[in-house]
Design a protein around this ligand. Structure first.
Ligand code: ZN
Length: 292
């Protein structure tokens, strides 16, 4: 009797333990499912986007702002071999407005300053690897420097007809790098606001500068830029409202980090970029920008 009771009691305890284990397992599975669903939901429209900032692509000694054509070719080959597809500014803008999808591994390629070699040496390689890019030009360089000494791979700037050729390739979008605020010599650093300047004066100055390049691009090449690259990555808190009011839908900084692209168009203001220094190998650079 006692033995029987003991067995029953043990079995009873065993059943309770089994029941608790079963209950915990059920909660664990259900919890995991709920967590997975909510994680999927929150990341549904967020895409990791590395952005590369090039300047000059030529046969000069590589530096922080110069890569040679072989390095550029290696970069594009690496991206291709590792499953990356380049995306255009318009694709990104559309995506943030709920239009279309982005490739599984997008990369955004940008060039600053408007060097002629972006056309003569970089474009043929972009064509070879079926990639696209944004070239952000400085209006003053195109108006004054480019026609004075055109079409030298190592140092010339793009003329208006070179820019039209880039656009006609269907692979290059043209961004604004300001008309005349890309100078280290003036009191102002890039397009920042001077301490002595009122917000009204600053707004007028920046608006006039951006408007001038926009007008010249419309007149000479038939396009209005929607991408703006801050010269030297320098900006003030008063900069963005002025830039937005001038039709810019995407701004590019020089801060190095990965971007998270969502269906919210505001995420395109303040895009982070990795400067492609020619002092790194392709592998060293790509490891840096894809570590996330
Ligand atoms: Zn620049």
């Amino acid at each position: 009797m006692y033995k029987c009771l003991f067995v029953n009691k043990s079995m009873y305890r065993l059943l309770i333990v089994l029941f608790i284990i079963l209950l915990c397992t059920a909660f664990f599975i259900a919890g995991k499912k709920i967590f997975t669903v909510s994680a999927e939901k929150s990341s549904e429209k967020a895409v990791l986007l590395p952005v590369i900032m090039y300047h000059s692509v030529c046969e000069k000694t590589p530096s922080d702002y110069i890569v040679n054509p072989q390095q550029f070719k290696n970069d594009l080959a690496w991206l291709k071999n590792n499953g990356y597809s380049s995306v255009s500014a318009h694709q990104l803008i559309d995506y943030t407005h709920g239009i279309g999808e982005l490739p599984e591994k997008p990369v955004f390629i940008t060039f600053d300053d408007g060097f002629y070699n972006n056309l003569s040496l970089a474009l043929p390689l972009l064509e070879k690897f079926d990639m696209c890019a944004v070239v952000s030009i400085v209006g003053r360089y195109t108006d004054d420097y480019a026609p004075a000494d055109p079409h030298v791979d190592n140092y010339s700037y793009l003329t208006w007809s070179d820019i039209s050729e880039l656009i006609a390739s269907g692979r290059i979008e043209i961004g604004s790098h300001t008309y005349d605020l890309h100078s280290n010599k003036s009191e102002r650093h890039g397009c920042t606001k001077l301490a002595s300047e009122t917000v009204e004066k600053y707004t007028e100055m920046l608006s006039t500068d951006i408007g001038l390049l926009k007008t010249e691009l419309i007149q000479n090449c038939g396009i209005a830029p929607v991408v703006f690259a801050y010269p030297f990555g320098a900006l003030s808190q008063e900069s963005l409202p002025v830039i937005r009011d001038n039709g810019i839908l995407m701004t590019l900084t020089c801060r190095e980090d990965i971007n998270l692209i969502t269906r919210d168009s505001d995420c395109l203001y303040g895009i982070f970029r990795y400067n492609r220094s020619g002092l790194l190998t392709t592998e060293e650079f790509m490891e840096k920008i894809t570590k996330n």
